[in-house]
Design a binder for this molecule. Structure first.
Ligand code: DQA
Length: 152
Protein backbone atom coordinates (compact mmCIF):
# COMPACT_ATOMS: atom_id res chain seq x y z
CA UNK A 1 0.00 0.00 0.00
CA UNK A 2 1.37 3.41 -0.96
CA UNK A 3 2.32 5.57 1.97
CA UNK A 4 0.52 8.91 1.89
CA UNK A 5 2.02 12.01 3.45
CA UNK A 6 0.04 13.04 6.52
CA UNK A 7 1.19 16.67 6.32
CA UNK A 8 -0.76 18.80 3.84
CA UNK A 9 1.25 21.57 2.17
CA UNK A 10 0.68 24.96 3.77
CA UNK A 11 -1.06 27.33 1.39
CA UNK A 12 0.88 30.47 0.42
CA UNK A 13 0.64 33.75 2.27
CA UNK A 14 -0.89 36.41 0.03
CA UNK A 15 0.79 39.83 0.09
CA UNK A 16 -1.41 42.61 -1.27
CA UNK A 17 -0.37 46.20 -1.86
CA UNK A 18 -2.85 48.93 -2.67
CA UNK A 19 -2.87 52.25 -4.50
CA UNK A 20 0.31 54.15 -5.31
CA UNK A 21 2.54 51.48 -3.80
CA UNK A 22 3.67 50.56 -7.32
CA UNK A 23 5.55 53.89 -7.14
CA UNK A 24 7.62 52.97 -4.09
CA UNK A 25 11.20 54.09 -4.58
CA UNK A 26 10.02 57.06 -6.65
CA UNK A 27 7.16 58.32 -4.52
CA UNK A 28 8.00 60.66 -1.61
CA UNK A 29 11.29 58.86 -0.79
CA UNK A 30 11.72 61.02 2.33
CA UNK A 31 8.65 59.21 3.72
CA UNK A 32 8.73 55.78 2.08
CA UNK A 33 12.44 55.30 1.34
CA UNK A 34 14.15 54.21 -1.85
CA UNK A 35 13.19 50.52 -1.84
CA UNK A 36 10.98 49.59 -4.78
CA UNK A 37 7.97 47.28 -4.63
CA UNK A 38 9.92 44.74 -6.70
CA UNK A 39 12.70 44.84 -4.05
CA UNK A 40 10.16 44.33 -1.25
CA UNK A 41 8.58 41.39 -3.06
CA UNK A 42 12.01 39.78 -3.51
CA UNK A 43 12.84 40.28 0.19
CA UNK A 44 9.48 38.85 1.25
CA UNK A 45 9.88 35.83 -1.04
CA UNK A 46 13.37 35.16 0.38
CA UNK A 47 12.13 35.44 3.98
CA UNK A 48 9.18 33.18 3.14
CA UNK A 49 11.53 30.54 1.75
CA UNK A 50 13.66 30.69 4.91
CA UNK A 51 10.49 30.18 6.97
CA UNK A 52 9.30 27.29 4.80
CA UNK A 53 6.46 29.33 3.36
CA UNK A 54 5.49 30.53 -0.10
CA UNK A 55 4.08 33.93 -1.02
CA UNK A 56 1.87 35.33 -3.76
CA UNK A 57 2.49 39.08 -4.18
CA UNK A 58 0.12 41.46 -5.97
CA UNK A 59 -0.46 45.21 -6.26
CA UNK A 60 -3.48 47.13 -7.49
CA UNK A 61 -4.59 50.73 -7.61
CA UNK A 62 -8.25 49.59 -7.68
CA UNK A 63 -10.36 48.95 -4.59
CA UNK A 64 -12.59 46.32 -6.25
CA UNK A 65 -9.60 44.34 -7.46
CA UNK A 66 -8.22 44.27 -3.91
CA UNK A 67 -11.63 43.06 -2.70
CA UNK A 68 -11.62 40.29 -5.35
CA UNK A 69 -8.12 39.19 -4.27
CA UNK A 70 -9.17 39.10 -0.61
CA UNK A 71 -12.08 36.84 -1.63
CA UNK A 72 -9.63 34.64 -3.52
CA UNK A 73 -7.47 34.38 -0.39
CA UNK A 74 -10.42 32.72 1.41
CA UNK A 75 -9.71 29.51 -0.51
CA UNK A 76 -6.13 29.88 -1.61
CA UNK A 77 -4.13 31.50 1.22
CA UNK A 78 -3.06 30.55 4.73
CA UNK A 79 -2.57 34.18 5.76
CA UNK A 80 -2.79 37.68 4.36
CA UNK A 81 -0.47 40.70 4.52
CA UNK A 82 -2.13 43.89 3.33
CA UNK A 83 -0.87 47.40 2.84
CA UNK A 84 -4.05 48.96 1.52
CA UNK A 85 -2.42 52.39 1.15
CA UNK A 86 -4.95 55.21 1.32
CA UNK A 87 -7.83 52.71 1.22
CA UNK A 88 -6.79 51.77 4.77
CA UNK A 89 -8.35 55.05 5.87
CA UNK A 90 -11.51 54.94 3.78
CA UNK A 91 -12.58 51.52 2.61
CA UNK A 92 -15.54 49.80 4.21
CA UNK A 93 -15.55 47.36 1.26
CA UNK A 94 -12.05 46.16 2.17
CA UNK A 95 -13.05 45.99 5.86
CA UNK A 96 -16.04 43.80 4.95
CA UNK A 97 -13.96 41.53 2.69
CA UNK A 98 -11.32 41.04 5.42
CA UNK A 99 -14.06 40.23 7.93
CA UNK A 100 -14.88 37.10 5.89
CA UNK A 101 -11.36 35.66 6.33
CA UNK A 102 -10.59 32.94 8.82
CA UNK A 103 -6.78 33.26 8.86
CA UNK A 104 -4.11 35.59 10.25
CA UNK A 105 -4.28 39.03 8.63
CA UNK A 106 -1.56 41.64 9.16
CA UNK A 107 -2.10 45.27 8.16
CA UNK A 108 1.21 46.91 7.21
CA UNK A 109 2.16 50.56 6.83
CA UNK A 110 5.68 51.52 5.85
CA UNK A 111 5.41 54.97 7.39
CA UNK A 112 4.26 55.84 10.90
CA UNK A 113 0.79 57.08 9.98
CA UNK A 114 0.33 58.49 13.51
CA UNK A 115 3.14 61.00 12.94
CA UNK A 116 1.44 62.22 9.78
CA UNK A 117 -1.78 64.02 8.79
CA UNK A 118 -4.77 63.35 11.04
CA UNK A 119 -6.72 61.76 8.17
CA UNK A 120 -4.21 58.90 8.35
CA UNK A 121 -4.80 58.28 12.05
CA UNK A 122 -7.93 56.20 11.51
CA UNK A 123 -7.91 52.81 9.82
CA UNK A 124 -11.16 51.21 8.64
CA UNK A 125 -9.41 47.83 8.51
CA UNK A 126 -7.44 47.49 11.78
CA UNK A 127 -10.52 46.20 13.60
CA UNK A 128 -10.60 43.14 11.31
CA UNK A 129 -6.82 42.56 11.22
CA UNK A 130 -5.05 40.17 13.55
CA UNK A 131 -2.36 42.81 14.04
CA UNK A 132 -0.89 45.99 12.64
CA UNK A 133 2.75 46.85 11.81
CA UNK A 134 3.33 50.52 11.22
CA UNK A 135 6.27 52.88 10.85
CA UNK A 136 9.13 50.36 10.69
CA UNK A 137 9.83 50.79 6.99
CA UNK A 138 9.76 48.02 4.42
CA UNK A 139 11.00 45.39 6.89
CA UNK A 140 7.43 45.52 8.20
CA UNK A 141 6.39 43.07 5.46
CA UNK A 142 8.97 40.52 6.64
CA UNK A 143 7.94 41.00 10.26
CA UNK A 144 4.35 40.40 9.20
CA UNK A 145 5.40 37.14 7.59
CA UNK A 146 7.16 36.05 10.81
CA UNK A 147 4.00 36.85 12.76
CA UNK A 148 1.83 34.85 10.38
CA UNK A 149 4.25 31.90 10.52
CA UNK A 150 3.99 31.93 14.33
CA UNK A 151 0.22 31.65 14.07
CA UNK A 152 -0.04 28.83 11.51
C1 DQA B 1 0.85 53.81 3.74
C2 DQA B 1 0.29 54.97 4.57
C3 DQA B 1 -1.00 55.50 3.94
O1 DQA B 1 -1.50 56.57 4.71
C4 DQA B 1 -0.71 55.99 2.55
O2 DQA B 1 -1.91 56.43 1.94
C5 DQA B 1 -0.02 55.00 1.70
C6 DQA B 1 1.04 54.20 2.29
C7 DQA B 1 2.20 53.32 4.28
O3 DQA B 1 2.63 52.25 3.86
O4 DQA B 1 2.83 54.01 5.07
O5 DQA B 1 -0.25 54.91 0.51
O6 DQA B 1 -0.06 52.73 3.81
Amino acid sequence: MAKSSSKAAVKPVHVLNGPNLNLLGLREPHIYGSTTLADIEKQVAARAKALGLAVVCRQSNHEGELVDWIHEARQKASGLILNAGAYSHTSIAIHDALATLDMPVVEVHISNVYKRESFRHHSTISSVATGVICGLGTIGYELALEAIKSKL
